[in-house]
Design a protein around this ligand. Structure first.
Ligand SMILES: [Zn+2]
Ligand SMILES: [Zn+2]
Length: 408
């Protein structure tokens, strides 16, 4: 049977999705079972071997044959027979986080020290659901499914791109579950929705000595402590207050004993910003402050930038299609703006450096009182599974809409 997304009725979000699945009432349950399985067996970045195999098995179960594993743990799967038509990518991320789950859910992680606390289990399940919907359509081109490892480590997307996942592709779409918004809402925004994310390490080297005789030493720890507070002036005193930025030091390591002046301090942190100019200004300021610290405290300093993430910047063309798809899945009154850009990073941005792309957010907040549920990246994170069929329907519809927009 051929499913046509535009044939959906405009009713409430839940009903709309139910009508989409009326063709196969077991689909929502199939997606939920997949999410729960993946939730129980999370794997860290670049270790997603079992996850990869499980997804390949599900793809084979629904008859998708054109499946290629991408080193080390990614998957590219193509749907549609027409080689002469347009091609659109749908991307889901695969990795868990280094947390030990304490939600108490019956399907909690069975891998201590690893948890799907950023809903990537849900993203994979929704994408498989979308694939099953698309499998029933007579496609006017190709749909390429990308299951991407290592989103959290920030360079899984680059690895997929290096291995040719975007060759011949016109646009890419993805969505992230978001418990800040109610289930049944989708946020779609043109422009920047996630920040530039630039991690850094600062090494401060002094001279050790007796804790009682500081005049014989150069205290790396005192210099580092001063650095932590001084860096905050980058945000409060140097950038345009109308442009968002964050400087966070998340880790300090210094010293060996209470009676030894620390020879070395290592600080790890991140700069987040949503405008190119703010990014440049903040990074330049960081260099300047780190250099002057050496002079102020008679220590040596070394600043190391890691590869930062560009901002997720939704293109006008892709955003228009993503918006249309969201409206046909849940009705336009349930399609909103997320408001100001998040200061979070997302490596989906790397795909958008190459081709048109749009990332949306799927609301997944529980309707009832959920004080015991934590935010994303916490060990008691969970989301409302009612989002799963909505996301699957959006994936299916956005691909359909893109192929039709190109074939017009
Ligand atoms: Zn995350
Ligand atoms: Zn995530």
């Amino acid at each position: 049977m051929v499913l046509v997304p535009s044939a959906l009725n405009k009713t409430t979000p839940r009903l709309l999705v139910e009508s989409f699945f009326a063709v196969d009432s077991s689909l929502a349950e199939w997606i939920r079972v997949i999410r729960r399985h993946l939730h129980q067996y999370p794997e860290l970045a670049y270790q997603e071997e079992k996850t990869c195999q499980y997804i390949c098995d599900r793809l084979s179960e629904i008859g998708i044959k054109n499946v290629k594993k991408v080193s080390p743990t990614g998957i590219i799967a193509d749907l549609g027979r027409r080689d002469d038509g347009p091609c659109v990518c749908l991307r889901g991320d695969m990795d868990g986080l280094p947390l030990t789950e304490r939600t108490g859910l019956p399907f909690s992680s069975k891998n201590p020290g690893c948890m799907h606390a950023c809903s990537h289990d849900g993203h994979m399940a929704m994408l498989l659901g979308g694939a099953l919907l698309l499998k029933k359509l007579d496609l006017r081109g190709k749909v390429r499914l990308l299951f991407q490892p290592a989103e959290e480590s920030g360079n899984g997307a680059q690895k997929m791109i290096e291995q040719g996942c975007l060759e011949g592709v016109g646009a890419i779409f993805s969505g992230h579950i978001d418990t800040h918004h109610k289930t049944g809402l989708i946020t779609v925004d043109e422009g920047v929705i996630c920040a530039f994310a630039d991690p850094f390490i600062i090494r401060v080297t002094g001279r050790s000595g007796h804790a009682a005789r500081p005049h014989e030493a150069a205290d790396a720890l005192v210099a580092a402590a001063s650095l932590v507070t001084t860096l905050q002036t980058l945000v409060s005193r140097e950038k345009d207050p109308n442009h968002a930025a964050v400087v966070t030091i998340g880790r300090i390591q210094a010293g060996d004993s209470h009676n030894i002046i620390a020879q070395e301090a290592i600080l790890e942190g991140t700069v987040r910003s949503t405008h190119k100019q703010t990014r440049l200004q903040t990074l330049n300021g960081l260099k300047r402050i780190v250099d002057s610290l050496a002079v102020m405290y008679g220590v040596e300093t070394f600043l190391e930038f890691k590869h930062g993430l560009p901002a997720v910047n939704n293109s006008p063309l892709a955003t228009g299609i993503a918006h249309r798809a969201a409206c046909s899945v849940i009705g336009k009154e349930h399609v909103l703006s997320q408001g100001p850009s998040s200061l979070g990073g997302e490596d989906f941005a790397f795909y958008q450096q190459k081709i048109e792309g749009c990332m949306v957010r799927f609301g997944a907040q529980f309707a009832d009182d959920t004080d015991d549920i934590g935010p994303a990246h916490s060990d008691n994170f969970d989301f409302d599974e009612a989002v799963l069929p909505i996301g699957a329907a959006w994936y299916g519809t956005v691909a359909w809409e893109y192929l039709h927009s190109q074939a017009r």
